[in-house]
Design a protein around this ligand. Sequence first.
Ligand code: SAM
Length: 176
Amino acid sequence: MTITVLRLGHRAHRDHRVTTHCALAARAFGADAFVFSGERDSSIILSVNDVVKRWGGPFDITYEFSWRRWLAARKKATIVHLTMYGRELEESIPKIRKIKGDLIIIVGGEKVPREVYELADYNVSVTLQPHSEVASIAVFLDRYFKGKELTKTFHKPELRIVPQDSGKEVEEVKSE
Ligand code: SAM
């Protein structure tokens, strides 16, 4: 079973940071992969792959020109669309946790086509207030994994943080 976050409507100039942060939040909070659609932007793939190289994987990031075609090729997956207009998270999450197959979590950009609301198996809101795709990914995954993702370990990192109350320390990880 895999969890992929699909980000729609990327605009290369305006959304560089937000789309990168969507991918980083997806990785850090336990998703396996990130796909973005909209304008092609290889710099996002480079920055996220650099994080994966330094801080560990596995985590896949790809650009998809046609999200419709990409979704059409994954008919067996369950589609969760994060939107302020969806059913409340607390109500949806117990049902979504029971799903055994692959999950695709869709987040939008400025305007989400109506068909996304129709094709989703679950439209899920993370509060009924407008906020951000990054926040919705993080809160959804945290509730989905019940906080267990907070201590997830990543494979073959080059760097590891030595957590501390005061100060800052990062150590290099020797490869075996
Ligand atoms: N009116 C939009 C909507 O449908 O939620 C807000 C657009 S917001 C700038 C971009 C994306 O953030 C949305 O497409 C959605 O994926 C996510 N988002 C924003 N607020 C959300 C909320 N309360 N619950 C779930 N997702 C949200």
